[in-house]
Design a protein around this ligand. Structure first.
Ligand SMILES: [Zn+2]
Length: 103
């Protein structure tokens, strides 16, 4: 996936599903996982660092960032894990991505 396409997707995600925390996303080689999100406190504000495994193909990278973004939304709403809030957010993110973005 080109950097231009990647930045475009992130830009769309940030606008369509805003979060209050600062989110820094980077693509790099990751062992044993397709993505990872760390949450840290930056002053009084939450900051998320999202790492997407760059060894994945385009659709894998897209799945991974939509997945992680839903985590951030869910964490801001309700806490960690793959609970009801994460599922709802993932569904919302994926549906809109499919209808608006995946053309
Ligand atoms: Zn997850």
């Amino acid at each position: 996936m080109t950097t231009t396409d990647w930045r475009k997707l992130l830009c769309w995600l940030r606008a369509a599903f805003p979060v209050t925390a600062k989110v820094v996303v980077s693509r790099r080689k990751i062992k044993n996982n397709c993505a990872r999100t760390n949450c840290e406190l930056n002053g009084r504000r939450n900051m998320f660092r999202v790492y997407i495994d760059s060894k994945q193909d385009k659709s894998g990278q897209i799945d991974a960032i939509l997945h992680e973004w839903a985590h951030i939304r869910a964490i801001e709403a309700a806490g960690f894990g793959h609970g009801e809030s994460w599922s709802r957010n993932y569904g919302d993110v994926y549906s809109l991505w499919e209808s608006e973005y995946n053309q």
